[in-house]
Design a protein around this ligand. Structure first.
Ligand code: MF3
Ligand code: CO
Ligand code: CO
Length: 296
């Protein structure tokens, strides 16, 4: 099923020019994968004690504070490279490493995904225009742990179909999070997301998943954003930390990769939106760890 009759623009985005690599001061602790082709295999847990959750919460708050501050710059005329520069400096000035930079060779500090870009857009000279939508995915590494967060923003005056897509993508993520209870299978999350998306004829991308996060950027724990039952039936446990980050499409959920091997665009070039929180499973639900710190 597709969202027939959508009047949202169909995209024609092309790659811009990527600026030179931004330096990170030597005193900032780097994740182990920086300067290597891929991360080491993670052999640790996905369930953490309160002290470790506290560290992930601080990394998550910093990512969320960076999101609020960077989001304020979003206006027609700004380039995605300018957003990357600001978020990079924001994190580095607060002692954090921008986790995307050098992750499997990713060249920039955040992901910026415009319009038909599903995820992993590389910041470049692309100028945001009135009516665009743009996702910022910001991950902070500090005190040995990552906090991973993304938000889709409206640029200026956006058409109603795109606005509804963005609003409902946020609600899809929140429904996934609200489905979390200890003892339930992991696949309840994706079911809640996909059932909600389908109501509007939207797709939910299968291939990009939520993931365990903490000492590793991606621990290997998989959180599908679709109804994967009877697979992924591992029970949720208090102290488990992972992301929920559905990518919701106005049209097809199929995508293709640009030549840069990162930028995923919908096959039909219709728009797509995403939201992401890092969270911990509690005794009776979930606590979001990527909320801004009000004192910041
Ligand atoms: N932050 C993304 C996620 O939600 C991962 C980005 S990897 C990068 O998992 F290399 F593209 F930065
Ligand atoms: Co993530
Ligand atoms: Co992310």
């Amino acid at each position: 099923m597709s969202s027939a009759g959508s009047t949202a623009p169909v995209g024609t985005l092309t790659k811009g020019t990527v600026s030179p690599e931004r330096p990170v001061p030597a005193h900032i602790e780097r994740p182990e994968y920086v300067g290597r082709p891929a991360p080491e295999k993670y052999t640790g847990q996905d369930v953490f004690d309160a002290a470790m959750v506290g560290r992930i919460r601080r990394a998550g708050q910093l990512a969320a504070d960076a999101m609020v501050a960077t989001g304020r710059l979003i206006t027609p005329g700004v380039t995605t490279d300018e957003l990357d520069a600001f978020a990079h400096d924001y994190l580095v000035e607060r002692g954090a490493y921008p986790s995307c930079l050098g992750y499997r060779g990713f060249p920039k500090s955040i992901c910026t995904s415009v319009n038909e870009v599903v995820c992993h857009g590389i910041p470049d000279s692309t100028v945001l225009a009135d009516g665009d939508i743009v996702n910022l995915d910001i991950t902070a590494y500090i005190d040995g742990v990552h906090g991973d967060h993304n938000v889709t923003f409206l640029v200026g005056d956006v058409d109603e179909d795109s606005r509804l897509l963005v609003e409902r993508s946020h609600e899809a993520m929140m429904r996934g999070i609200r489905a979390i209870r200890p003892g339930r299978p992991i696949n309840v999350i994706g079911r809640a997301i996909e059932v909600y998306a389908r109501r509007f004829g939207y797709g939910s991308v299968h291939e990009f998943i939520g993931h365990g996060v903490g000492p590793a950027f991606h621990t290997g724990l998989v959180i599908p954003h679709y109804d994967a039952a009877p697979d992924y039936s591992q029970p949720l446990e208090p102290g488990m930390v992972f992301t929920v980050e559905p990518m919701i499409t106005l049209g097809t959920r199929q995508f293709e990769l640009w030549e840069d091997d990162w930028t995923a665009v919908t096959r039909d070039r219709m728009r797509t939106a995403q939201f992401e929180h890092t969270l911990v499973v509690t005794e009776d639900g979930a606590e979001i760890l990527t909320l801004p710190n009000e004192e910041a």
